[in-house]
Design a protein around this ligand. Structure first.
Ligand SMILES: Nc1ncnc2c1ncn2[C@@H]1O[C@H](COP(=O)(O)OP(=O)(O)OP(=O)(O)O)[C@@H](O)[C@H]1O
Ligand SMILES: [Mg+2]
Length: 245
């Protein structure tokens, strides 16, 4: 379980997170929606310790990460978490296999044979067998996203954080990625926290949805009931009545 209590983060005098409270129960898909620039990526990066909150607490499986050092995060949190970054974040000069292998070498202590098996298995799970020797520039945007997901699941995470996994993809590819996220959640017993603007996808695959607004999570509801929410900000946002930018 991920529990976030009263999380604050500012950059200079700009308050981004101003008291975020959020609970992600084990095994579910939780999606966070919200306008561009509201701090959704900052929230994910704070969970992984890539950004340090100014105040508040993040507890993962009962481990409170407040005042954690880089080495504490490496030892206690990052082995059970993986993130699919908004930009994909693949190294252009490396093949797909080398990209996944590098991440595995940094994060885990597997033998070369074990790493090879994990790489092949994770590429198979995203239905991209045999692209091991391909370079990122040879892939389409949708394939790139799937490689980023393969790299994350190769780490065998308990928690998978996705930062806008379908942004920039056409509706068909978005469906493919959403179905993949659901499949991984079910088959690998992963708990997923997704940041997304893709309201249709959010409704299809999520168990719970929360909205980040002005630095706080203002509404949390069952995804199936999101269209019944009366809170005006949430109601208008999912219907596209607030400009995204
Ligand atoms: N490292 C940083 N240094 C300074 N400001 C930052 C930093 N990271 C984020 N910000 C600022 O924090 C705010 C929230 O950024 P964030 O990337 O979390 O938005 P977002 O909700 O993910 O938006 P989008 O939907 O466009 O991805 C922005 O105003 C951004 O400029
Ligand atoms: Mg973002």
């Amino acid at each position: 379980m991920i529990e976030i209590r009263n999380l604050h983060k500012a950059f200079g005098n700009k308050k981004v997170l101003a008291g975020v409270n959020l609970t992600v129960d084990e095994g579910i898909i939780f999606s966070v929606i919200g306008k561009s620039g509201t701090g959704k990526s900052v929230l994910l990066k704070s969970i992984l310790g890539l950004l340090t909150p100014d105040d508040g607490e993040i507890t993962i499986d009962g481990i409170n990460t407040k005042n954690f050092s880089e080495s504490d995060f490496n030892k206690k949190i990052r082995p059970k978490t993986a993130m699919v970054f908004q930009e994909g974040a693949l190294w252009d000069s490396m093949t797909i296999e080398e990209n996944i292998d590098l991440a595995l070498q940094i994060q885990k202590h597997f033998s070369k044979e074990e790493r090879k098996e994990l790489i092949d298995k994770s590429l198979e799970l995203v239905e991209l067998e045999n692209i091991n020797d391909t370079y990122p520039e040879e892939l389409s945007g949708g394939m790139m996203k799937r490689v980023a997901i393969a790299r994350a699941i190769a780490m065998k995470p308990k928690y998978l954080l996705y930062d806008e996994p379908t942004t920039g993809l056409d509706p068909v590819l978005s469906n493919v990625i959403n179905a993949l996220i659901k499949k991984l959640n079910d088959e690998l017993n992963i708990t997923s926290l997704i940041i997304s603007h893709d309201i249709t996808g959010v409704e299809q695959i999520s168990d719970k949805v929360g909205m980040l607004y002005k630095g706080e999570i203002i509404t949390v509801c069952d995804a199936k009931k999101m269209w019944d929410v009366e809170d005006k900000i949430f109601h208008d946002f999912i219907r596209g009545k607030i400009e995204l930018r």
